[in-house]
Design a protein around this ligand. Structure first.
Ligand code: 4AD
Ligand code: MG
Length: 478
């Protein structure tokens, strides 16, 4: 019977008074043949287990090695030593699984994040990754809680899609056709009518288009699922497989959209600050240590907890794209030719520009609105100036773009005209256009990059460290 075990996180809150308990976990260290530090993943704080000298066979003691798994029964007593309130005095120790210390890849010492990425199957057993993944879990939970409390319906949009029309990025093909000898049409092109779905299909880049179908029936919906982009971006901010949260609201405009997004981000931060204090403090210390190694001008302005507190308690800056470009053109960085990429009205801002606005100029999250229509998707609502659309991106310190969204073009003629201009196949998206044909309404929505949010909250620097098994160009291990 295994379910009688007490989790260490829970046990550590008890008043030690000789309670008999059973715990299970993995050995972190074993000192002096007497003190086991046991971890079960519920918290970074290990439980100290005391084995009285002479009580157990040497044969058993020899097998208590780093990462061996144990079942220990004993009594909870006030700790004799410093550093912990209580400890477990063992009466029975059972080795559930041995771990050869010569072969176990992780040593009880500090490993680099790069090294741990190669050992991603075991890195959960370190304090850093323990904290990251407990925080990641909490953020996911907070997301569902936030939307549920607001009456949003969680809609599961498909992962396999036949529409490659959104233009959000390069797609991964889904096919069962033989690579070496696919069926062909008379003109030599591949005959996808013979493929599994009878047409060409891909992994989705976004659940938005289907999300809009949900919003125009349920009012408010959100999706939260995996999305795939086959762009060859080997950066610390891009994954080929990532998770996106996409709320979509009927009867909403750009301002409602911005308000929801800001409230949403603050809610997540507040939730984690309240529920994951210990893990955040651990990550804050980790970051502070890491920053000490950096030259002064590379360090961030604020320690992690202060940064989160600051974002929670201050309004996001709201500016138009045109204002953003003006700020960049007036900036000392521009005048000293510090930007690698060109700055002028019409550019798709590069990460160096976004980070300048957020980290140097405003020093807080910034919502940029009303982008040029030519750098944004076909479905964004066209503004009266004829040049811009009702888009909004949220840029976060240390991250860059964390949210992308817009008010949608609900006017059928305008939408169709724009699709034709952009060579989007109108007949393929007949089902999408039906929302505009039958009871169209003003509506808006956005996408939050889940891993970018986890990066922001944990203070980690590389997106590969906040997803369990990262998929990036040339890498799909584990
Ligand atoms: O700005 P994006 O491309 O927007 C959309 O896909 C819209 N359909 C969203 C909507 O309006 N419903 O992506 C949204 C967010 C980005 O702001 C970014 O945070 C994240 O998704 N993102 C990525 N995260 C990790 N790796 C990638 N390759 C990402 N691409 C986008
Ligand atoms: Mg975007």
């Amino acid at each position: 019977m295994f379910n009688k075990r007490v989790k260490i996180k829970e046990l550590l809150t008890w008043n030690p008074s000789g309670q008999e308990v059973t715990v299970m976990g993995w050995v972190r260290t074993f000192r002096n043949n007497q003190f086991i530090a046991l971890n079960d993943g519920s918290t970074n704080t290990n439980l100290q287990i005391v084995v009285t000298l002479g009580q157990f066979d040497d044969e058993i003691l020899k097998r208590i090695t780093t990462s061996a798994s144990l079942k220990v029964t004993g009594t909870v007593i006030p700790s004799q030593g410093k550093g912990q309130k209580l400890e477990l005095k063992a009466s029975a120790v059972e080795i559930l699984g041995d771990s050869d210390p010569e072969k176990y890849p992780l040593q009880p010492k500090k490993h680099s994040l790069e090294f741990l990425r190669e050992k991603a199957h075991l890195r959960f057993r370190t304090n850093t990754f323990g904290s990251i993944f407990r925080v990641r879990h909490s953020i996911a939970f907070a997301i569902h809680k936030f939307f549920h409390e607001k009456g949003f319906l969680y809609l599961h949009t498909p992962i396999i899609t036949a529409s490659d029309a959104e233009g959000a990025g390069e797609m991964f093909r889904v096919s069962t056709l033989p690579f070496d000898n696919p069926p062909r049409n008379d003109d030599g092109s591949i005959n996808f009518r013979e493929d599994f779905f009878g047409k060409s299909t891909n992994l989705t880049v976004s659940g938005q288009l289907e999300g809009e179908l949900g919003a125009t029936a349920f009012g408010d919906i959100y999706t939260f699922g995996p999305t795939f982009r086959a762009e060859n971006s080997n950066t610390t901010r891009h994954l080929a497989e990532f998770w996106m949260v996409e709320p979509e609201m009927a009867f909403s405009d750009l301002e409602d959209n911005m308000n929801l997004a800001e409230e949403f981000i603050k809610y997540i931060i507040g939730f984690v600050m309240e529920n994951n204090r210990e893990d955040l403090e651990f990550l804050a210390n980790r970051l502070a240590e890491e920053e000490k190694q950096l030259p002064a001008d590379k360090r961030t302005d604020m320690p992690l907890l202060e940064k989160l507190e600051f974002v929670l308690n201050n309004n996001f800056e709201r500016i138009t794209y045109t204002e953003a470009i003006d700020i960049l053109l007036q900036s000392p960085a521009y005048k000293k030719k510090k930007f690698q990429y060109e700055v002028k009205w019409g550019i798709d801002m590069q990460s160096e520009h976004e980070r300048y606005l957020v980290e140097k100029h405003f020093k807080k999250p910034v919502i940029v609105t009303n982008y040029p229509k030519d750098i944004k998707a076909f479905y964004m609502r066209q503004n009266d100036d004829g040049k811009t659309v009702a888009a909004m991106d949220i840029l976060a310190p240390g991250i860059g773009e964390i949210v992308g969204g817009s008010q949608r073009e609900e006017r059928m003629e305008k939408l169709e005209a724009r699709m034709k201009e952009m060579h989007i196949p109108v007949d393929e998206l007949w089902w999408y256009l039906d929302t505009r044909r039958f009871g169209t309404v003003p509506h808006a929505g956005f996408g939050l990059g889940f891993e970018r949010m986890v990066l922001f909250v944990t203070g980690m620097g590389n997106i590969r460290d906040v997803i369990a098994f990262p998929r990036t160009p040339k890498s799909a291990e584990f």
